[in-house]
Design a protein around this ligand. Sequence first.
Ligand code: ADP
Ligand code: ADP
Length: 223
Amino acid sequence: MPTYVVMLGAPGAGKGTQAALLSERLGLPHISSGDIFRENIKNHTELGSLATGYMNKGELVPDDVTIAMIRERLGRPDCAPGAVLDGFPRTPAQAAALAEMLAGLGGKVDVVPYIKVEEQELVRRLTGRWTCRAEGHIFHAVFNPPRQAGVCDHDGSELYQREDDQAETVTNRIRVYLEQTAPLIAHYRAAGVMREIDGNQPIETVTAALLAVLPPAASSEAP
Ligand code: ADP
Ligand code: ADP
């Protein structure tokens, strides 16, 4: 049976940072909806030009295009063993679509780590975030600095500050999260798969807490 992990938490909670570490540890692909949108923008695709306006305002890209994009990604062969989903689902409609997609693939949402971080800290994290141009590797000016300022440790590419990480847009993204995504916490809690993780701890401590809540099948796949 494939294993699907859904990372939940506000923008800046540390989903991307932790999903990358878990993906490596579990040998499952890391699927970040935000990264796929940014890749499409970089490559000037139709999907990219549709998404860019919403993203720059800190609004959600419409459900139908987002769902179609993730459906296509999850259907690729590298997802046969499962995936670590980061940034999807973000609405109840996306969560319903995901349940249906995974059932079609012979799986289900196995565990939903919810990384909890208070709002003031989210703003500090997002406004200090530096992202790698090539692969989306994530750093923070103070909390997780690269070895060399402005250069990605992993692939040497340029680090940049995302347009939507400016303070004003960050505030809107947090509002959108509270209105449209936070209801998923109760949804997954009711389903018995939500696991709350204290995100106000150093990155390695959060990773250890996450590994402790993964289903045994996922942990035993670790190399
Ligand atoms: P998300 O994907 O939830 O938006 P990120 O993983 O991109 O969050 O993290 C947001 C910012 O906070 C990044 O700059 C990252 O380096 C930093 N960060 C992530 N986890 C922690 C942590 N536990 N403590 C301090 N800073 C963190
Ligand atoms: P963060 O890591 O800070 O939470 P993301 O990279 O996940 O940000 O997302 C950046 C932007 O991409 C969002 O503000 C939104 O515009 C768009 N986006 C990403 N995932 C989704 C989704 N599941 N549904 C709708 N829009 C999305």
